[in-house]
Design a protein around this ligand. Structure first.
Ligand code: GKR
Ligand code: MG
Length: 438
């Protein structure tokens, strides 16, 4: 007789604030703290699984309502989670996506209910898979059909940055400052890359651009190419350039870039840059939901999609995305946002099972000095070994979780990511730049 599927008897959502260095991008700068949310699902068999996702107020509210709704459900009922999340949040599955404005918080393209719901669902799906893996004594990658690689390559994610958060950022006082120092020119970026390579062995590098005049960022890429000959390089200004500027950058950098990430916004712009230069267009802004795929692929606007299990809706959804990309001969890479080790474990398991995820994945994790798992991951040779231990292969550090939650309680001003506001504290004249900026 088959054994009964475990039921979820308790779902806990814990908002946290994690310290974040002053990393610059087209909109501004990271705040000293970034919100994340940790989901724990406990089964009637006494097993607990964990997941992690965005923790901004809207995400948190949806996560809390989904937590109330999943209690009593079988652990394996993953396909109904998205509808349940909509229902629990008081929306219906076919509610038109709202909020077509550019997302100032996440640099992740259009801000939609669907993306928010999928991001929330991803944490519950990952927590369910973690608990299921622990129940049947199998790693998450085995539940997804089995790994096709033992190691997952990551790229060194380079940022222009200040040495410290501005003094005006009063709550930042007492933050443990990291010792990376400032990186505000090509030499600083090469120094940063050197340290990443020495410490973690990264071979691919991605530079977050859109911060300085394109000429300066072109110089930074040239300096990286000189310092690291033959290493794959990427530049991502988050849609900061016009089509003409993007074309000029593509022509100047030629083969030095393996792909250009969101040089400009929208299907028209991306298609035009590709048509005029032949450069590969990668995106985590132009194609971010299933509904955006058809037009972008038909117009050949995108040749590399940056998957992200958070906003695509989980690990199974990432595999569905991979299948669609394979059919259309579009390549896959992986996007990241400020995150901790639970997300990194999930990223590694899903990257291990997707045969066509051939580019090194992005991860912000090396910039984080804190974690909520007992044994934070260590990159070696620019990669992580795919764990074969049950579930995600991580253990929640309850003391760390409690401390970061206490910070969330204490600092309500950081409960939503706002890079524009953070920049304004350093430069009161700063306002959200209209894109394209150059
Ligand atoms: O952390 O500043 C950042 C990034 O710009 C991030 O928010 C983006 O979502 O990393 C992302 C990207 O590749 O565009
Ligand atoms: Mg990007």
């Amino acid at each position: 007789m088959s054994r009964p599927v475990p039921k979820i008897v308790r779902a806990t959502v814990t908002p946290i604030l994690i310290s974040d260095p002053p990393l610059l991008n087209v909109l501004g700068v990271h705040q000293p703290y970034t919100p994340r949310c940790v989901v724990e699902l406990e089964t009637d068999t006494g097993v607990t699984g964990v997941g992690e996702t965005y923790g901004d107020t809207g995400y948190l509210a949806a996560a809390r309502s989904l937590a109330a709704a999943v209690t009593g459900r079988p652990l394996t009922a993953l396909n109904g989670l998205l509808d349940l999340a909509y229902e629990a949040a008081g929306l219906t599955g076919d509610t038109p996506e709202t909020g077509a404005e550019f997302d100032p918080a996440g640099l992740r393209g259009r801000r939609t209910n669907e993306k928010l719901m999928r991001s929330v669902v991803s944490a519950f799906e990952v927590a369910s898979l973690d608990a299921l893996g622990k129940t049947v004594d199998l790693p998450v990658h085995a539940l997804l059909g089995g790994k096709v690689r033992d190691r997952v390559d990551y790229s060194g994610y380079l940022f222009y940055r200040w040495a410290e958060h501005p003094a005006a950022d009063a709550p930042a006082a007492g933050l443990p400052h990291d010792d990376w120092g400032a990186a505000l020119d090509p030499d600083g970026i090469v120094r940063q890359a050197r340290r990443f390579a020495d410490r973690y062995g990264f071979r691919s590098f991605k530079l977050k651009g859109g911060v300085f005049e394109p000429a300066q960022e072109i110089e930074a890429i040239r300096a990286l190419a000189k310092a690291f000959p033959g290493h794959p390089l990427r530049l991502d200004p988050n849609g900061g350039w016009s089509v003409d500027t993007s074309v000029r950058v593509a022509e100047e950098l030629g083969d030095l870039l393996e792909y250009m990430e969101d040089p400009t916004t929208g299907v028209d712009g991306m298609a035009a840059v590709h048509a005029r230069t032949g450069a590969l267009m990668a995106t985590n802004m132009c194609v971010t939901t299933f509904g955006e795929i058809r037009e972008a692929f038909a117009r050949n606007a995108v040749q590399v999609v940056l998957s992200d299990h958070h906003y695509w809706g989980g690990l199974h959804a990432t595999r569905e995305l991979a299948a669609v990309c394979r059919v259309h001969d579009v390549a896959l890479s992986m996007h990241s946002n400020t995150h901790l080790g639970i997300s990194l474990a999930a990223m590694t398991h899903v990257a291990a099972v997707v045969p066509n995820l051939t580019y090194a994945c992005d991860s912000h994790r090396p910039w984080q000095t804190e974690d909520v798992i007992t044994e934070p991951h260590v990159f070696t040779g620019g990669a992580l070994t795919v764990p074969d231990t049950p579930g995600l292969g991580v253990e929640l550090d309850r003391d760390a979780l409690a401390a970061l939650h206490e910070r969330w309680l204490r600092l309500p001003e950081f409960r939503d990511r706002d890079d524009v506001a953070a920049m304004r504290r350093a430069d009161p004249s700063w306002s959200q730049p209209p894109l394209p900026r150059w």
